[in-house]
Design a protein around this ligand. Structure first.
Ligand SMILES: Nc1ncnc2c1ncn2[C@@H]1O[C@H](COP(=O)(O)OP(=O)(O)O)[C@@H](O)[C@H]1O
Ligand SMILES: [Mg+2]
Length: 361
C-alpha cells in the first residue's frame, strides 16, 4: 500500500442476486486528504463502490482496508465514514439544527457540545443564520449545504458523496463545485465523490477513477486523463476525441509517427509497446489539436466540411477525410469573418508540437 493510503479496496467484487455484476475485482488506493472522484456511465458501479466503503454493502469477495486494518466486516456506524446521499435524505419536518445534529445525538453528544459543533458545521457551509429554519423552507442549494454540514459535523475521516450536486441547476452547480473543493481543502478530509458528469469531475478532483462495467479503466489526475487517456473508453468519455485508425510508420526519437489515411499524426511513446511497421492502432486526436487551412501544404490531408457549429470562441467543423472517416476540428473564428462553409474542402493537419495518445481497446 502507498504510505499515505487511507482506504484500500483489494480485489473487491460484488455480485447481486441474479448474477448482476456490480463490481469486478476492483483494486483502489485512496490517499489521505485527497479529493477522489468516481466517474463513469450509469450502472458502472460507482454507487456500489461507495456503499462498499461505507459498509452498507458487503463485498462478495475481496477486502476493504482502513489504514492497513481490515474493516470488511465492520458495520457502517462503526466506520469513520459519512455519506452525503444523492437525495440528501434530510428530515423535512425537523429544523436545520436538528438535522445537522442528528448524527451527534446518535453518538450521545448533546447540549452545549452539540450546539457548538452544529454551529461550526453550519458556519463552514455558510448557513449559520438558518439554524432554526425548517428544511422544507430551504432552497435546493441550501438543502445541499445542510446535507454537507450533517455529514461533516461528525468529523469523519472519509466523506462519501453520491452525485451530491445532481439536483441543482447548472449555475448553482458550478458555484457549489467551487465551494465543495474549498470545503475539502479547509477540512483536509478525504472526499470520495461520485458523478457521471465529466466536466464536474475534471474541475473538482485531485484524481479521477474512470469506471466501466464494474471495472476501473484508468486512475489519473484530471490533466493526465485528458491528455493521456489510456483506453478508447476513457478517450471517448472525457471531452471530445477523434478516434482514428492509423498505420504505424516509424519512430522519430521519442515520437511515434502514424498516418490516418493521408493525415500524418504523432503519438507519444510513453506506452510500453512499440508497434511494428504497418501495424494499425487507434490514435486519439483532440479537435483543438487539428488545424484546418484553405490551402494544401506539408502534412495536410483534404477533408470535406459537412457541418459548421458555432461554439463561441471557436467553430466546430465536422468534416470527412478522403476515406470517409469523420473528424471533428475546433477552428478559431477568423477576425475577417471568412469561414469554412458546408461543402468546402479544408486542408487538415495536426498542430505542430501536439502529441496524441495511442489507445488500447
Ligand atoms: N441492490 C441491487 N440489486 C441488484 N442489482 C444492483 C443493486 N445495486 C446495484 N445493482 C446493479 O449493479 C450495477 C452497478 O450499479 P451502481 O453501482 O448503482 O451503478 P452507478 O452508481 O455507477 O450508476 C448495475 O447494473 C445495477 O443495476
Ligand atoms: Mg449511482
Amino acid at each position: 500500500m502507498a504510505p499515505d493510503a487511507l482506504v484500500r479496496l483489494q480485489k473487491v467484487s460484488k455480485v447481486f442476486p441474479g448474477g448482476i455484476v456490480g463490481l469486478d475485482a476492483v483494486d483502489l488506493d485512496i490517499a489521505a486528504g485527497e479529493f477522489l472522484t468516481l466517474l463513469g456511465p450509469s450502472g458502472c458501479g460507482k454507487t456500489t463502490s461507495l456503499r462498499v466503503i461505507a459498509g452498507f454493502e458487503s463485498p462478495s469477495s475481496g477486502n476493504v482496508l482502513l489504514e492497513d486494518r481490515d474493516i470488511t466486516g465492520l458495520r457502517p456506524f462503526d466506520r469513520p465514514v459519512n455519506t452525503v446521499f444523492q437525495d440528501y435524505a434530510l428530515f423535512p419536518h425537523m429544523d436545520v439544527a436538528a438535522n445537522v445534529g442528528f448524527g451527534l445525538s446518535l453518538r450521545k453528544i448533546s447540549g452545549a457540545e452539540q450546539a457548538k459543533r452544529v454551529g461550526d458545521a453550519l458556519d463552514m457551509v455558510g448557513l449559520a443564520d438558518k439554524l432554526r429554519a425548517r428544511v422544507s423552507e430551504l432552497s435546493g442549494g441550501q438543502r445541499q449545504r445542510v446535507a454537507l454540514a450533517r455529514a461533516i459535523v461528525c468529523e469523519p475521516r472519509v466523506l462519501l458523496l453520491d452525485e451530491p450536486l445532481s439536483a441543482l441547476d447548472a449555475h448553482l452547480r458550478e458555484q457549489m463545485q467551487v465551494e465543495l473543493k474549498r470545503l475539502q481543502s479547509r477540512l483536509g478530509t478525504t472526499f470520495v465523490m461520485v458523478t457521471h458528469d465529466q466536466t464536474e469531475a475534471l474541475s473538482i478532483s485531485d484524481r479521477i477513477v474512470v469506471m466501466n462495467k464494474g471495472r476501473i479503466e484508468q486512475i489519473a489526475p484530471p490533466a493526465t486523463l485528458y491528455d493521456r487517456p489510456a483506453t478508447r473508453f476513457v478517450a471517448s468519455f472525457i471531452g471530445t476525441m477523434n478516434l482514428l485508425e492509423s498505420r504505424f510508420l516509424g519512430r522519430d526519437g521519442e515520437r511515434l509517427r502514424f498516418a490516418a489515411g493521408d493525415l500524418p499524426l504523432e503519438a507519444a511513446s510513453d506506452s510500453s509497446e512499440t508497434p511494428a511497421a504497418g501495424d494499425t492502432r487507434t490514435i486519439g486526436v483532440r479537435p483543438e489539436d487539428l488545424l484546418a487551412a484553405a490551402e494544401a501544404g506539408e502534412g495536410t490531408a483534404s477533408a470535406r466540411i459537412s457541418g459548421v457549429v458555432f461554439h463561441g470562441r471557436t467553430l466546430r467543423l465536422h468534416a470527412e477525410l478522403g476515406q470517409g472517416t469523420a473528424i471533428v476540428i475546433d477552428a478559431p473564428r477568423r477576425a475577417d469573418g471568412s469561414q469554412f462553409s458546408v461543402g468546402d474542402v479544408a486542408h487538415v493537419s495536426l498542430r505542430r508540437g501536439a502529441t496524441c495518445p495511442m489507445l488500447s481497446s
